[in-house]
Design a protein around this ligand. Sequence first.
Ligand SMILES: CC(C)(COP(=O)(O)OP(=O)(O)OC[C@H]1O[C@@H](n2cnc3c(N)ncnc32)[C@H](O)[C@@H]1OP(=O)(O)O)[C@@H](O)C(=O)NCCC(=O)NCCS
Length: 180
Amino acid sequence: METQKIEHGNSGVSVSVRRAVSSDVDFFRNLRNLPEAVELSESKQKVAAEDHELWFKEALLSSNIRLFVLQTSYAANHQKTDIGFLRFESREHEQDESVWFVSIVLLAAYRGKGVGRRALLLAIKEWEASLHGPHDALIARVHPQNHASRRLFEGAGFMEVDQSSGFLTLRRHQLQDPIN
Ligand SMILES: CC(C)(COP(=O)(O)OP(=O)(O)OC[C@H]1O[C@@H](n2cnc3c(N)ncnc32)[C@H](O)[C@@H]1OP(=O)(O)O)[C@@H](O)C(=O)NCCC(=O)NCCS
């Protein structure tokens, strides 16, 4: 079922997020294979269509992954356009913490307009609402030169906790930084 929330910003553009569905498979692969997203990935490789299709199918069913599509629409035109995705993934972490990792990619034409900020906050709310139990933290891993990403997460209450791996690790604690 589609989950959707809309916020109106100064630009007259509405931003919404919805849970991904099976027909979003190619959209996710196209964004994931953008050069800047490949550079940010752990493998530093594009994903092949067959591997991606398998992963995507499993991801939609997994209790450890939540995929969201970001959409915009203009006041004069209510038709929504898919412009990015957000991925939340639970992975094993130190001291048996319940830790989730978040990543976000927007189509290049929609960056730098405040869309990422609004979409991240909306998606975090939806992700939290979808959880069945408490979590200890939400983590973003950001390239040190990725200023937009760093500011995006810091503005959403994430704090830098580590930079030893070539990436900055920013962490948002559940109770420390509630989102209104
Ligand atoms: C990172 C990304 C999601 C940010 O979304 P966005 O819509 O472009 O960001 P916003 O316009 O909401 O801006 C967020 C913050 O970054 C700043 N920012 C935006 N573009 C910037 C740029 N090119 N350089 C420096 N800062 C920038 C904004 O000023 C804002 O900070 P502020 O509120 O402190 O002023 C988007 O740029 C993107 O998809 N990049 C490619 C993929 C990627 O890097 N993903 C992150 C990996 S987890």
